[in-house]
Design a protein around this ligand. Structure first.
Ligand SMILES: [Fe+2]
Length: 379
């Protein structure tokens, strides 16, 4: 099988490696005026933000401004406000500290500062990010989104009730510092949710028609690591070896996001997030059992392999695949229906209309009416 593989981001990985990684990147930091984008209060309260500001300055940044976003589901208005700060202060380096929301917000800010059209136009019309945007250094504090390596920025437009991606190769961060110690303070729910997101990237990039020999190997490795380590963290959040392995699996799947991409659940989650304001992972979790059942019908051998790597089990029917996935989600505390997330049956048709992106890469994506069928089954 022939394939092309690209990872444009320079990666520093490990536990307690942030200081050394920033020192190694002195040449990139020297003389830069940086905007440090983060989300939530925790990073400010536990001094991580101040410490990073200090390290950036110690390693050559002349000034480090900060921009705090609200949290999950970053808004285009926030990204545009950060973009204005970039232009106003002559910022020439963006640093993102936080989960996928912070990194996506930083990417959105970079686009807003470089583009001559609005972020809404990028989002609604699917116009790619400009090819020349400011360099971004991403420091993920969760293990799951893969945004530190991906070429997408997932943003929401509350007014239009739209959530979607701005895409483009320029959106891949220049440098990713994946320090697992940043994830140690994640509470249980966030750990399970972001870990499940990484699993979703692994399963979807494995089943995708765009998968190749290399991406499949990475997917299977990530599925095994997550199957072993996410339940361990459910039992003991202080298991640091499990934390590091989850960070590693998540980072591997960032490579697959860049090179392969996702399938139906990710396309279908965005309208759920936009309609209900619920998290990315919970929308995925609501869809996963009913979706994997359809995937089993479309490509049983691959789905059997997913469960062999995840649970050491082989489902012998679509129904059994659905049950195994539902049980796994139950074990993680993520079992939920769309109705419980606040979706009304009457909203489904409008949600189907808002699905964007190529769904034909999904083995079951070609079936007529598949999206409304899955939404209804997930109620
Ligand atoms: Fe995701």
């Amino acid at each position: 099988m022939n394939f092309t593989w690209e990872v444009p981001t320079r990666i520093h990985f490990g536990t307690h490696i942030c200081e050394g990684a920033l020192a190694a990147e002195r040449n990139c930091l020297k003389g830069c005026k940086a905007l440090l984008v983060y989300t939530g209060h925790t990073l400010r309260e536990n001094d991580t933000l101040a410490k990073l500001q200090g390290l950036l300055q110690e390693n050559g940044c002349t000034e480090v401004l900060t921009y705090g976003g609200h949290g999950a589901n970053p808004e285009i208005s926030e990204a545009e406000a950060a973009g204005k700060q970039i232009l106003k202060h002559g910022v020439n380096l963006i640093v993102a500290l936080g989960g996928g929301s912070a990194i996506d917000l930083a990417k959105g800010a970079a686009v807003a500062a470089a583009s001559n059209i609005s972020l809404r136009d990028h989002l609604v019309k699917g116009i790619p990010a400009p090819s020349a945007i400011l360099p971004l250094i991403a420091l993920p504090t969760t293990a799951g989104t893969g945004s530190e390596l991906s070429k997408g920025a997932i943003l929401s437009d509350r007014e239009l009730k739209i959530k979607g991606g701005i895409r483009g190769k320029s959106l891949a961060p220049k440098i990713a510092i994946v320090d697992a110690s940043f994830t140690w303070s994640m509470p249980e729910k966030l750990t399970m949710e972001t870990g499940f997101d990484a699993l979703a990237h692994a399963i979807e990039s494995y089943l995708s028609r765009k998968a190749n020999l290399h991406s499949e190997q990475l997917s299977l490795q990530a599925i095994r690591l997550i199957g072993e380590n996410l339940p361990k963290l459910k039992r003991d959040l202080s298991d640091r070896e499990a934390r590091e392995k989850m960070s590693y699996a998540s980072m591997l799947m960032g490579m697959n996001l860049y090179n392969v991409g996702n399938c139906l659940p990710h396309r279908m989650q965005y309208p759920i997030g936009a309609a209900t304001g619920t998290s990315h992972a919970m929308g995925l979790a609501a869809l996963y059992p009913v979706w994997i059942k359809e995937e089993y019908r479309a490509c049983p051998d691959k789905v059997m392999n997913v469960f062999r790597y995840l649970l050491n089990r082989t489902p012998h029917s679509a129904q059994e695949a659905e049950e195994l996935m539902a049980n796994f989600l139950m074990e993680l505390g993520l079992c939920v229906s769309l109705e419980e997330l606040g979706v009304k049956e009457g909203e489904i048709a409008a949600m189907v209309e808002k699905i964007s992106g190529d769904i034909s890469v999904d083995p079951a994506g070609g079936e007529d009416g598949i999206c409304s069928k899955l939404y209804i089954a997930a109620m």
